[in-house]
Design a protein around this ligand. Structure first.
Ligand code: SAM
Length: 414
């Protein structure tokens, strides 16, 4: 499906309604580095490029729009069970927040797409269950252990210092892009295994069992060896922020470009669309731009939009046409569907609801019922029939742009 978002677009706003406005199956790769539920609130130091950027990472049930929970309870039972496995309300609300967004990410990824969820051991064990429920256990590819500090950091007194983050890598289906990364053979391997040198000075080895009769010997040349395919332990110092002062924006939780460079190279090709829905100081956008990928970034903080322009200009030194938006995009993949209040929608919904208001449950004549968006248009809800219901005018007024659960809880109170 063609994307309805111009390449190199940065959105400022909550990523949920924005993703709801993105066409289905239009994204090749998603990297997300959401708040980790760390119980901390982050702010960039005053005076740094990122000053003014801050985000909250403490969670209570008040943060959860009940419409999200309603959606999960009614449509996604496995996901619902996983969420209810959380032991505290804070964890539960964080998981609901994440699950609703991950469902949208699954919808907008192509069936050949991949997703990397960056988290840390605070919630990685719960998030893996959520990812299994959303993307399917069979599509789990790796748990990447990323060493986040270049040197030794001794921050914990009565436990071991946590030196890693966790990146959960899933594909949408069985067929997906994977360009392996190799690192050169070690000096030691070269010396011990590639110890022969031919008349042209090329090093080679003679693998065991490869001496054939009549003295023919099989040679494996070092310069034809791709190197060692890297595994899931990403411990190289070059992948950390240490010694990367030229890159630092001061944005709290900034990730190194080299880390994103690796992920993007492995799981996408030139011209593919890469999305980062929690893009912070736009590291993914900058790395994707360098690699000639199309990118879309979203962040709730307006600082991200400023930084992406600054960073890309500084990086490439060229004028780049970057689109900065604050509106909610409109999907173009739903075909020509009628407007929400079209007569055929009313008639169909009246039949499905057997004439009852979906709020108070009172019976009404059709002319006394109004068509309501279950998820409001301002939150990215569409005119699709699955997002519509009939409410009496009283219930419709009470609900406004809020979720269905709000209406129900208000009616229960009255
Ligand atoms: C851990 S930081 C991302 C850092 C980023 N990877 C980088 O290298 O700069 C998380 C980001 O998510 C953003 N955020 C939090 N909730 C959001 C939401 N609902 N929609 C969009 N962005 C959100 C925060 O403003 C913050 O910038």
């Amino acid at each position: 499906m063609a994307t309805n978002i111009k390449p190199k677009t940065i959105f400022t706003g909550d990523n949920l309604p924005i993703m709801r406005g993105i066409n289905s199956e239009s994204i090749d790769l998603i990297y997300l580095d959401p708040p980790f539920n760390s119980k901390a609130n982050y702010a960039a130091p005053i005076g740094s490029v990122a000053a003014g950027a801050e985000f909250k990472d403490t969670w209570t049930l008040d943060d959860v729009d009940n419409a999200w929970l309603d959606l999960i309870e009614t449509k996604y039972s496995a996901l619902n069970r996983v969420i209810h496995a959380a032991l505290t309300n804070s964890d539960k609300s964080y998981l609901i927040y994440m699950a609703t967004r991950l469902l949208e990410m699954k919808r907008i990824l192509k069936d050949t797409g991949s997703i990397y969820l960056h988290c840390d051991p605070t919630m990685s064990h719960y998030l893996k269950l959520i990812m299994d429920a959303v993307f399917g256990k069979a599509n789990f590819r790796n748990e990447v252990i990323w060493r986040k500090y270049g040197g030794h950091k001794n921050t914990a007194r009565r436990k071991f210092t946590t030196e890693n983050d966790v990146i959960l890598f899933y594909s949408v289906g069985k067929t997906y892009n994977f360009n392996p990364v190799y690192r050169p053979l070690s000096e030691q391997t070269i010396k011990s295994e590639y110890k022969h040198i031919d008349e042209n000075g090329r090093r080679y080895s003679i693998p065991r069992g490869r001496r054939y009769r009549q003295g023919i010997v099989k040679r494996v040349y070092l310069d034809t060896h791709p190197g060692v395919a890297i595994g899931n332990l990403w411990h190289e110092k070059e992948l950390t922020m240490q010694g990367r002062d030229d890159e630092r924006t001061g944005y709290p939780t900034q990730k190194p470009l080299a880390l994103l460079d690796r992920i993007i190279k492995v799981s996408s090709n030139e011209g593919d669309v890469v999305l980062d829905p929690f893009c912070g100081c736009a590291t993914t956008c900058v790395a994707a731009d360098r690699l000639q990928r199309n990118w879309i970034g979203i962040d709730i903080s307006g600082k991200a939009a400023e930084l992406v322009v600054e960073r890309i200009k500084a990086d490439q030194g060229l004028f780049q046409e970057i689109v900065a938006r604050t509106d909610i995009p409109k999907r173009t993949d739903l075909g020509d569907i009628p407007r929400y209040n079209a007569p055929q929608n009313r008639t169909r919904l009246y039949g499905e609801q057997e004439g009852y208001c979906n709020g108070c449950g009172e019976h009404f004549q059709m002319r006394n019922l109004e068509v309501d968006h279950i998820i409001a248009e301002t939150n990215g809800g569409t005119d699709h029939i699955g997002n519509l219901q009939l409410l009496c005018s009283h219930c419709n007024r009470v609900k406004g742009d809020r979720g269905q659960e709000y209406l129900i809880s208000r009616l229960n109170k009255d």
